[in-house]
Design a protein around this ligand. Structure first.
Ligand code: EPZ
Length: 432
């Protein structure tokens, strides 16, 4: 397995191009199943999760073409998806266990073909992550759902029926899945307490481009008037706010200055405010965010994760790492997932001062220095927090299990190297 080696202590300076968002691209790919015409997605990030989703769609019968493309002078990928005839309505265990976002095929397959068999994703390192909200909502729309042998068997007799759903909790996945089901349902569906993440807005926008009738985009009430068919479209994937936020912290933690090109400030209001409150200078241009921490003395700040527009759980680990380099204490409270402090024991091995209280909160105290160490993480964002700690630690840090990072950070070493980091990937290390 690959490893990443970092020698800490470099002040990062320059520009980083922000890629298309993984968490937008994954449901957008699945939305292509809703039509027999071609859906073309531009500004696609080159990530292992995208490849995994493409493989799943190919085995369902989707024809996929890949093209090299440029967005603002930066190399990206464009993919076209066409599902003229379906070969299979099954999302098998081997696909779903590797990537739980495979569950995004459920809504579209049920809506267009009236049937889907989906391996039930289990929990993962950050929490139990059940699918009860997805399933009870689809049942309300008329689907018959059974769970047997680790699979969800979902069927609908004719078109799904529009109805009024009040989600019992805010869920990004359930909002996307039910939205994709509702666009082809008979009649009106109203989704209350819907998640408002920008990736959902991007999905709703593309569905409307395909002929869907969705109102209330960006709010917690989505009203969908079902249509009998959708057509193809060309859609540019929204910029990745979590990648942008992660590199914003890279600038802050090294007391450097990075311009995040192609980033969307309106998707990052809370994290940018936290950086400002800590003492980082933030400015915005038409298509970028400039994060300037040169010469700054940062002070600690409390954060609490919440659904959008609150502070994102996907930036909690990175900001926790930043707090280690700030004066005073910061309290980090995680409210979305029940086990999202797995980076803490690894950071402690680098000299961090953190006390975790139960599963929900951590007190982080600024330390004079961190020291490099071999570390490993259990999920994508926790792995990035270790990279960040490595960037400021004295000596060498080796981050193991790089496959977590490859799921969500395109060209990670290349991007960090381009702003001055001393970072290299060691391929296929046999000791791991
Ligand atoms: C999405 O996961 C993201 N994944 C996650 O990003 C992100 O952390 C999360 O939203 C929260 O923002 C993708 O977009 C592919 P949820 P999702 O449903 O949809 C509970 C990353 O690092 N819940 O909003 O799975 C659930 O257990 C990842 O890129 C139920 O109880 O998150 C959690 O506690 C990791 N029942 C909370 O809701 C359900 O039926 C929020 O989960 C569904 C969810």
């Amino acid at each position: 397995m690959d490893k990443i080696k970092i020698r800490g202590g470099k002040v990062l300076e320059g520009k980083i191009f922000i890629s298309g968002a993984k968490n937008a691209a994954l449901p957008l790919i699945c939305a292509s199943l809703l039509t027999d015409e071609t859906v073309t997605l531009t500004n696609m990030p080159m990530l292992s999760d995208i490849k995994a989703m493409n493989l799943l769609l190919e085995q369902l019968g989707t024809q996929i073409n890949e093209f090299d493309d440029f967005v603002d002078g930066h190399a990206t990928k464009t993919y076209s998806y066409r599902t003229r005839t379906i070969k299979s309505l099954v999302a098998p265990y081997d696909y779903v266990r590797k990537m739980r976002a495979s569950y995004y095929v459920l809504g579209p397959l049920l809506a267009r073909y009236g049937k889907c068999e989906l391996s039930l994703p289990g929990g993962c390192a950050i929490g139990a992550r059940p699918m009860d909200i997805h399933l009870s909502s689809l049942e309300k729309m008329g689907a018959k759902i059974e769970i047997r042998n680790g699979y969800i068997f979902a069927e609908s007799d004719g078109r799904l029926k529009g109805c009024h759903i009040i989600f019992p909790g805010v869920s990004v996945g359930a909002t996307c899945n039910v939205l994709m089901a509702a666009v082809l349902a008979e009649g009106r569906t109203v989704l209350e307490n819907a998640a408002k993440e920008p990736e959902i807005g991007d999905l709703a926008k593309m569905l409307n481009e395909m002929g869907a009738k969705i109102e209330g985009i960006g709010t917690s009430v989505l009203t969908i008037d079902g249509v009998s068919s959708l057509h193809g479209t060309v859609h540019k994937v929204i910029a990745d706010r979590i990648e942008a936020g992660s590199y914003a912290v890279a600038a802050a933690i090294t007391r450097g200055k990075i311009e995040l090109v192609n980033a969307r400030p309106e998707t990052l209001r809370q994290p940018l405010q936290v950086l400002k409150d800590m003492g980082v200078r933030i400015s915005e241009t038409d298509n970028s965010i400039i994060v300037d921490a040169k010469g700054c003395r940062l002070v600690g700040k409390d954060i609490m994760t919440e659904p959008f527009p609150g502070f994102p759980t996907d930036l909690q680990a990175q900001f926790l790492a930043l707090m280690l380099t700030a004066e005073g204490a910061s309290m980090v409270t995680e409210t979305i997932f029940e086990n999202r402090f797995m980076h803490v024991p690894e950071l402690l091995r680098m000299g961090a001062n953190i006390n975790v209280h139960g599963h929900a909160s951590a007190i982080v105290r600024g330390v004079k220095k961190l020291s490099g160490a071999p570390v490993m993480a259990t999920d994508l964002r926790a792995s990035f927090a270790l990279i960040l700690a490595g960037l400021v630690a004295e000596g060498e840090t080796t981050v193991n299990r790089v496959y977590h990072l490859d799921r969500g950070y395109e060209k990670l070493e290349e991007k960090l190297k381009s702003v001055g980091a001393d970072i290299v990937r060691i391929k296929n290390d046999e000791e791991d």
